[in-house]
Design a protein around this ligand. Structure first.
Ligand code: ADP
Length: 299
């Protein structure tokens, strides 16, 4: 079974002709409300594939919290560990201009109130794999690592990226990063920067302490890296419509297949097919494929 620990947000999206400057008001189109947040996205992606999936998260006692619970339940996610209260449900306030550029304000709300005390042994106990991201407090992620039962695998997508303590890095198997996250974790901006060498990033990330690393490269597929070296994961050619949430679908699929006992590069190849299927449709959770849709991809 897969346990996802992470955020649940309502994404509030309004199209605008142009984004407002300071002190300015602009009129936009009709509001669209989508269930989101990396934790909820991963849980929905895994459940849609057929994984037995639970989510440990916190939402507010409000309509957005209900929206999230409903979308999780209808995808088949176990919501017994979706906690309520402490603050309003997290929201992302998103304006989109005609060129498709976004401006986003995130209010973490209840996500910031998912605490170490919420990480209970009985919730972690049933999981073969625990998958986390960084839209919840760092201390909560560290508490998850400390509470991992013997033999439970830990997968981390460090998004949004920030420096990780050694104990968290050491637990990651794998650490899953996209190009941006790789550059931030490797300290891009230092003299010389991190260059444009994904295999080099993978090796340098592995040297930070995780047991394995996966670098996702969008349409170019992914790399996996562990003590045996770096291997390329083939990309899948699709007509990309919207890449929102592709990384969440990839990581969820990877965590599920690892829990089923697949070897890292085999699990990553499946995850790449799931990521590719997800970019062929609009939205995040709405775009996630079933296992049958993944199987049909290049048939
Ligand atoms: P993120 O969404 O975190 O930026 P990526 O863009 O690297 O992550 O996408 C995650 C994975 O989804 C990629 O490794 C790849 O397997 C798949 N994917 C993403 N974009 C495409 C695309 N345009 N064509 C095919 N596969 C894609």
């Amino acid at each position: 079974d897969l346990l996802v620990v992470g955020s649940a947000n309502a994404d509030l999206v309004v199209g605008v002709e142009r984004r407002p400057g300071a002190g300015e008001t602009v009129l936009g189109g009709d509001l669209a409300v989508h269930p989101g947040g990396k934790g909820a996205n991963q849980a929905v992606a895994a459940a849609r594939l057929g994984a037995r999936t639970a989510l440990l998260a916190r939402v507010g006692d409000d309509g957005h919290g209900k929206l999230l619970r409903d979308s999780l339940r209808s995808a088949g996610v176990d919501t017994a560990a979706v906690l309520t209260g402490g603050a309003p449900t997290g929201v992302a306030l998103i304006t989109v201009d005609p060129s498709g550029d976004n401006s986003i304000v995130v209010s973490p709300g209840a996500n910031a109130r998912l605490t170490e005390g919420d990480v209970r042994a009985e919730v972690l106990g049933a999981a073969r794999v625990v998958s986390a991201q960084l839209e919840i407090p760092p201390a909560t992620v560290a508490a998850v690592v400390r509470a991992l039962p013997e033999g439970t695998r830990f997968v981390l997508n460090p998004s949004p990226p920030r420096p990780l303590p050694a104990e968290v890095l050491a637990a990651c198997d794998p650490l899953v990063v996209n190009e941006h996250e790789a550059r931030v974790l490797l300290g891009d901006g230092e003299t010389g920067g991190t260059g444009d060498d994904p295999a080099g990033w993978a090796r340098r990330l592995l040297a930070l302490g995780p047991r394995s690393v996966v670098v996702t490269l969008g349409a170019k597929g992914a790399l996996v890296c562990d003590a045996s070296g770096v291997r390329a994961v083939p990309s899948v050619a699709v007509d990309a419509v919207d890449t929102t949430g592709a990384g969440d679908a990839f990581t969820a699929a990877l965590a599920w297949r690892l829990g089923a006992g697949e070897e890292l590069s085999v699990a990553a190849a499946y995850a790449a097919r799931v990521g590719a299927a997800a970019v062929t449709r609009r939205g995040a959770q709405e775009s996630y494929p079933t296992a049958a849709e993944v199987a049909a991809l290049d048939a």
